[in-house]
Structure formats: C-alpha cells, structure tokens
Design a protein around this ligand. Sequence first.
Ligand SMILES: [Zn+2]
Length: 292
Amino acid sequence: MYNLWPYQYPFLPEMMNFWAFVVFVLGACIGSFLNVCIWRIPRDESIFSPPSRCPACGHWIRCYENIPLLSWIFLRGKCSQCGVRISFRYFFVELLTGVLFLLVWLKIIFEQQPLVLAVIYFAVTMLVVTTIFIDIEHRIIPDETTYPVMLTGLVIPLIFPEVWGRHSRLDAFLFSFAGFFVALIFSLAFSLIGKRIFRREALGLGDVKFLAAIGACFGLPGFIFILFIGSLLGSVGGIIKSLIRKKKLRRLTIPFGPYLAFAAYLWMLYGQSLAKWYLEFIHHAANLLKNV
Ligand SMILES: [Zn+2]
C-alpha cells in the first residue's frame, strides 16, 4: 500500500480524508473571499477595506458572522441586525469553491501528480468562479482576476520545475511561457481581426487576458483544448439562446468567459485523458483509412 504513494506526499494515506477536508474548508474560505471580489471588483471598490457591511442597515459583519457556509445557515440567510435577506449566492459561491477545490485536489492525489500542481489548479479555480459570476452579470473579466493567475502560472515552474515533470527550471518555465506567449498573440490577433470583420467585439480584451493566463498555467496543449471546447460550448449556448429569445444570433451578445471557464475546469479534471483518447481515435481512424 505504501509503495503506491510517492515520497513527495508529506502525509500518510490514512490522513487522506483529513487533508481532503482541509482542502474543502480552504476552498470555502477562499469562496468567501471570492464573494467580496465578485461584488466589489466590477464596482471599482477595494477588496481589502472597509470590512463587509450589511447593504441595508450598514451593520458591520462580525467575525463569527463571517464563517464560510456555517454563518449563512445559522443566520438563516438574514442580517442579524435588520433581518434583510442575504442572497443565496454567497452560500452557493462558498460551497461551489469548496467542492471545486476538493475535486481538483482528489484528481491530483489519485493520479499521483506533483502536489505543487495544486497551487496552479487552485489559482485557476478561483479565476473560473469569478469569471462565471462577474462576466455573466457585468460582461467583463477584470485584470485583478487574470493577472495574478498569469503570474502564478509563470512563476511556479521557475521555483518548482517538477510541476511539469522537468528537472531544469528553464525547461519548465519555457513550457509555461510558450503557452502564455502563443495564447496571447493568437487571441489578440483573433480579437483585432474579429473586430474588423464582424464590426463588433468578437473576443474582448478580458477574454484575451483570460486565455493568456490559461496558456501560462497549462501550456500549449491546455490552451488549444480550452479554446476549442470553449468555442464549441459557446456556439451551442449561443444557438440555444437565440432559439429561446427568437433573435438572430448576430444580434445577441454572448459572454464567452463562462464557457472558457467551464472548459478550463474540464481540462484540469479530464484534459489529459480526453487528449489521449482523441489522439488514439485519430490513430485508429488513420489505420482504418490505410486498410480501405
Ligand atoms: Zn442589516
């Protein structure tokens, strides 16, 4: 049993449930912070001060009223002072972030990937959650959410080259940098050309920075997968929306961010296996054609 666990795991297999719980709680706490980001960043307010207040009566939220998940349940979704309803979204974002953190953590553990990959996966998960909620409501992907993830993707391989299974820091960094660079240039070019052809923003600068951050975090294979799957899902979503609203597709504005975000999360969970399956499929198809 012990042989299954590489030396890099600093804990015993019996502790797995404990660490999974820690990761879920960490995710819920981060989700609580993301709630602040989702509300304040699009409104150009500081995310660090002042502390949160009830929007109705101005009551300062005390420490014990700010415990992720639990406070919302114990206060039954109401302000303790004036009783005004607190949106279910606060609870939902905390729960969602906790679950999404837990799933990528378990994937790393079960596939015995380098533990430091969790830093990159957690950073991208934060970007995924904020992008879904901010882009749907405000149609932007703020720099405050993309730049830190970009930086994480570029810096981690410099310190821990084993994150990409390399021994050399330069090797590992180049893997990330190539993804970042190609993603940036390609999506920037697409954005500028798209604006000329469609005479409106096809790919906003927020989307470009999102894709550059993805390139930095997952390298070229991840960028290609996410761009492809994100575009596919976005087109299907757009067609469904135009059928429901009975409007022409060209006249609808469809936020691309949430689709890219969904694809990015899919890549973390299933990217490698999907890419492998696809390559094998192509291989078999080529063999079949040869035999015809
Ligand atoms: Zn209140």
